[in-house]
Every structure is written in C-alpha cells, then in structure tokens.
Design a protein around this ligand. Structure first.
Ligand SMILES: Nc1ncnc2c1ncn2[C@@H]1O[C@H](COP(=O)(O)OP(=O)(O)OP(=O)(O)O)[C@@H](O)[C@H]1O
Length: 312
C-alpha cells in the first residue's frame, strides 16, 4: 500500500491553479523529498493531505485513507511538522508534550521522556520554551509530531533556520525515525539536505509534477550531468579558448574559459577522456582537473527554470 497517493489532484484559488493535476505515489518506508520553487504548490499539497484545504478536483489518500473523508483517522496515524509553527513561551517543553498526550490522546506520559531523548532536548525538558533557541523549538515541535509513533511523518521545511549542526541532527533524527519504519515525506529548499537523505524526490513547478525519481535517476534523465574543470597553463589559454575542438565534440554542452580555467559541461554520454585528449592534441598543458557530477541543485534548476540556450 502506498503511504501517500495523489490522483489528478488540483486546487484552484480564483485565477491561480496552485496544484494542477498531480499524480504521485509515495511508498511505505521511503524518505521522500517534495521539492519546488516558491509558489510551486508544495504547501497547498501538504495542506490537502492534512485536510486544511479541500481540493478542487482529484483525490489524496494517506495510509490508504481518504485525506478528506477520513481526516480524523489520518491525523491519528501521522506526525506533522508544519511550516509556520509556534511554541507557547510560558510552557515548558514537557508541558507541550503533555498537552499532546492529554488533548490528542497520542502516546503516553512515559513516551514523553523517550521522545525528548530522541530529539536531544531532554536536558531542557523543564525549561520554558520561550527560552529555547530556534533549533530547540523546531526539535520540540518535531517531538510533538513523533509522539504516538506515527506511521508517516509530514515535515514542511524541517531544516529552515537551523545551523549546520542543527540541520545534521535533523537529518539524523529523520533517518533514525525511518529506520524505525516511519515513512517520511518532507518539503525542503535545502538541496544538500534532500540529497543526503532522500530515497526519491518529486519536483513540482507551477503546480505540476515535472520529475519524480531517485537522485541518480534524475541525473540520468537530465542533459548536463558532468562538469570538467581543467586548469591549463596560462600560455596555452588562447589555444584552450579556441575551444572549437572541444565544443564540436558530441556530448559537450558548453566550454568556457575564465583565466586559466576551462570549464566543459558534458551530457551523460560524454567522454571526459576525449575532452582531455583533444586538449592534449592541441598541445595545451593540463595542470590539473576536477570532475563535478551535477548536484541536486543543478538538477532542480534544470527542471524548474526555462531552458537556456547553450553558448556555442
Ligand atoms: N489561500 C490562498 N489564496 C490564494 N492563493 C493561494 C492561497 N494559498 C496559496 N495560494 C497560491 O497558490 C500558489 C502555490 O502556493 P504554495 O504556498 O502551495 O506554494 P509553495 O510551493 O508551498 O511555496 P513556498 O516554497 O514559497 O512555500 C501560489 O501562487 C500562491 O500564491
């Protein structure tokens, strides 16, 4: 059974089609990244999953339950870290969690200590949340989401505002929860974060799904996959700049020279060796070179910006 299934999901706000016919399946046990530029429709989709917003057409199923018809039962089985959350300054961390136990019937009192351990705020359990740092607040809200061991975690931008250590800890917590069998669906603008932990990602743009795959799979589908940065001898720069020999090679998408550094981008079928050989044949002295596989950030740009002409 899919943890999340969207079927022709659309949401219109007046003239704006915020979500436009989304079809998507998130498998149980996955860590799934939900990406898209500002205004792409991520929060609207998540709000539909949580039944904060009703779709204009199509359906959303969460853990086999209709997100609208069975929203209460869905709520019992998922944990949510909302985009804009706030904590109650005058309540301690423990009181926040006690509130969840009392009001929502999720978890037990003995779970409170355990869950605070899991997100590393046990030491601050009895301090007022008003004195928590931003990262601690975020972990407290995550702890609230984890109470009752949900089958699915829906996290809207979980790393926003966290320093690199905080972001790493968030990653470790997400992985640990996933190891316990929890499916994780999260939206993020922080590509390294997504690249580091996601099994698969979906990219949406203007409300439509433009890609869904593993990150390696996405690499395989895009045109430019490798950048070769070659340091050449300054005296040879003119020869390198006369990059006809490079540019005319098939599978080379661009070749630019800045100072002593020649940057050549290749499609997935391109041969790095052929580029180096072509330079060598022209007598260009190669001092050093490095190879960069395209990052998720590059892939994201490729899927969500209008295609640029490759300079020739
Ligand atoms: N309540 C609303 N009323 C009118 N338009 C809305 C409403 N909520 C969202 N929209 C519009 O729907 C589109 C999608 O917005 P949404 O918040 O889902 O995007 P997002 O991908 O979450 O963006 P961000 O990354 O900036 O949070 C935007 O054009 C937005 O202006």
């Amino acid at each position: 059974m899919a943890a999340i299934e969207l079927d022709g999901l659309s949401k219109r706000y007046g003239d704006v089609l915020a979500v436009d016919g989304l079809d998507l399946e998130v498998e149980e046990g996955e860590i799934f990244g939900f990406l898209g530029p500002n205004g792409a429709g991520k929060s609207t989709t998540i709000d539909i999953l949580l039944d904060f917003v009703r779709p204009t057409s199509g359906s959303a199923t969460v853990l086999g339950l209709d997100a609208q018809v069975d929203s209460l039962r869905v709520r019992e089985r998922i944990g949510v870290l909302p985009d804009a959350f706030h904590v109650y300054d005058r309540l301690t961390g423990r009181q926040h969690l006690q509130f969840v136990v009392d009001s929502k019937g999720l978890g037990t009192e003995s779970d409170i200590d355990e869950v605070m351990e899991r997100v590393s705020i046990a030491e601050a359990a009895d301090r007022k949340a008003g004195g928590y740092s931003k990262g601690m607040r975020q972990r407290l809200v995550l702890a609230m989401a984890l109470l009752g061991d949900p089958d699915l975690l829906i996290l809207d931008e979980p790393s926003t505002g966290l320093d690199p250590n905080g972001a790493r800890q968030m990653r470790e917590i997400i992985r640990a929860e996933n190891d316990r069998g929890t499916t994780v669906f999260f939206s993020s603008h922080i590509m390294e974060q997504v690249e580091a932990i996601c099994d698969r990602v979906a990219i949406i743009n203007r409300g439509r799904l433009v890609a869904v795959d593993s990150i390696d799979g996405l690499r395989g589908q895009t045109e430019t996959v490798t950048t070769l940065a070659i340091d050449v001898d300054g005296a040879d720069a003119a020869d390198a700049a006369d990059a006809e020999a490079i540019r005319n090679r098939i599978y080379v998408t661009s070749a630019t020279l800045e100072g002593d550094r020649l940057e050549v981008t290749l499609t997935r079928d391109g041969s790095k060796f052929a580029v180096l050989k072509a330079l060598d044949e022209r007598g260009v002295e190669i001092r050093d070179f490095s190879i960069d596989e395209s990052s998720l950030e590059d892939l994201f740009a490729e899927y969500t910006t209008e295609k640029q002409e490759v300079p020739q």
